[in-house]
Design a protein around this ligand. Structure first.
Ligand SMILES: [Mn+2]
Length: 273
């Protein structure tokens, strides 16, 4: 989907239930939040979440995150669209669990994964009001967005990195590639740059940027026109955003605020050469 170029965009990486950091990042970028409602009347900024706003956090923070996003999605999009959300692999997987997707074979390993990596699923199974909100949001998620400012400057947004041949395409395979890249958990010990070599091989010295999340990193990782902004909020690091203003790109972050327990992980760093 193409984005109107007369707005400024705050593009936020993987939230994973970091509701306090999400609010802090919005406030840091000029939004006011009154009793959970974002006031966007003071500016022409639009919010974009890059997907994976659920899972990994505590049940209470996940509930608060879904409710905040749901409420503000409808609040901000009343007159024109000012809030966009991309589909991440976590939204997709939780959707498959809670909608009892017949193509999802339920094995003991699956149930273990559901508990361990997709903890929003059991929360939604117990809370039908929250489940309905999630399902409603899920129907509105985009797979890709593109800000096409000029022949010299554009930004394409996806949840996961992908090869250029799939970027901003609307067939089933391309959609899957933009939502999830090669699995790191199934390829432990493989360097990320070897697992997804296309991302540095296809990088170019131009201003046609591809910004993605998905690959929890210790900081914003940039190589030529390829940029990862998932800076591992739920892992105790920070929540980051890219700001698109006309033909300028900038970035900022808020640190993890310790309002919930962080999750531990070992970094596999992108563009580590
Ligand atoms: Mn992801």
């Amino acid at each position: 989907m193409l984005l109107p170029i007369d707005n400024e965009y705050i593009v936020i990486g993987d939230v994973h239930g970091c509701i306090d950091e999400l609010k802090a990042l919005l406030i840091q970028n000029g939004f006011k939040i009154n009793e959970g409602i974002i006031d966007a009347s003071l500016n022409n900024k639009a919010i974009i979440l890059l997907g994976d706003f659920i899972d990994k956090a505590t049940p209470q923070k996940l509930k608060d995150t879904i409710e905040f996003i749901y409420q503000n999605y409808y609040h901000l999009n009343q007159k024109e669209q000012r809030f966009y959300i991309l589909r991440g692999n976590h939204e997709e997987m939780v959707y498959r669990y809670i909608s009892k997707d017949p193509t999802l074979e339920i094995t003991p390993k699956r149930l273990e994964e559901k508990k361990r990596y997709y903890n929003t699923a059991s929360l939604l199974e117990k809370d039908s009001d929250l489940r309905d909100k999630f399902l409603d949001l899920y129907q509105n998620l985009s797979i890709w967005l593109k800000y096409d400012y000029s022949s010299d400057f554009s930004v394409t947004l996806t949840h996961a990195p992908c090869q250029e041949r799939y970027l901003a395409k609307d067939d089933t395979i391309s959609h899957a590639k933009m939502v999830k890249s090669e699995s790191r958990s199934k390829n432990r010990g493989v360097k990320l740059d070897d697992l997804i070599p296309y991302i540095h091989q296809e990088a170019k010295d131009n201003q046609h940027y591809h910004i993605f999340g998905h690959l929890s990193q210790p900081d914003i990782r940039k190589y030529k026109n390829k940029i990862c902004i998932d800076t591992s909020a739920i892992y105790g690091n920070s929540l980051s955003c890219a700001i698109i203003q006309k033909d300028k790109l900038s970035f900022n972050s808020v640190p993890f605020l310790n309002k919930q327990k962080s999750v531990t992980q070992k970094y596999n760093i992108l563009f580590d050469f």
